[in-house]
Design a protein around this ligand. Structure first.
Ligand code: IMP
Length: 207
């Protein structure tokens, strides 16, 4: 099997670093950075899958190469699944990670969701590899946990300082080493699954 080059569709350096890290151990895959010449992609889909596909195939068209994308949402039960597909701009266009974290904590408090039992949440990732010619390989990853009372830890990005995955002593993703986060995270699961499916796809006979 020849090495397959995958161009990264994400313009978010934190996500690019994680995807590169997770896929680094997969034999036969070489991840290359997104060319600066590709303009920003407006993520206007209604679902994580729509947005992940849009990003992957925009890069396929722009480069002629296979491209890899993910779209991720944090779904909080007490907020009816919000912010979900709107996680990047929860507190408005151009929101910083800190703005979004502050808004989420405020919204939970406003609803009186102050105890862990009322703060259940999950990260969901849809990963897509788009191939020149239009074929695609998809996978999902999900991790459940709770939203903590306040930010804890210096690592990670986005909502990591307030998300404690189930089964890890209440530590947030921001309190974990990157390899510990990837072992359980939504993105780790989605990209390990997409790599396995891609290997199957590459071994299938094609007419
Ligand atoms: P995107 O739409 O997939 O680029 O991501 C949406 C937003 O979700 C990002 O801007 C981050 O705020 C947040 N996010 C995505 N992945 C993670 C993660 O692994 N940890 C914490 N927050 C994340």
């Amino acid at each position: 099997m020849r090495a397959l080059q995958l161009v990264l569709a994400t313009a978010n350096p934190d996500k690019a670093a994680e995807i590169t890290d997770i896929l680094a151990s997969v034999p036969g895959l070489v991840v290359v950075p997104r060319p600066d010449s590709v303009p920003e992609i407006e993520e206007n889909g209604d679902t994580l899958l729509d947005n992940a596909r849009l990003k992957a195939f925009t890069l396929v068209e722009a480069t002629g190469m296979a491209a890899v994308a993910d779209d991720t949402g944090l779904e909080v039960d007490a907020l009816g699944g919000a912010p979900g597909v709107y996680s990047a701009r929860y507190s408005g266009e151009n929101a910083t990670y800190a703005d979004n974290v502050a808004k989420l904590l405020t919204e939970l408090e406003r609803r009186g969701a102050t105890v862990p039992a009322r703060r259940a949440a999950r990260f969901r990732t849809v990963a897509v590899v788009g191939l020149p010619g239009g074929d695609e390989v998809l996978a999902e990853g999900e991790v459940t946990g709770v939203i903590t009372a306040g930010p804890k830890g210096e690592g990670g990005f986005g909502y990591d300082p307030i998300f404690a995955p189930d089964g890890h002593d209440g530590r947030t993703f921001a309190q974990m080493q990157p390899h510990e986060k990837h072992a359980v995270s939504h993105r780790g699961q989605a990209f390990r699954a997409v790599a396995a499916r891609l290997a199957e796809w590459r071994n299938e006979p094609r007419s």
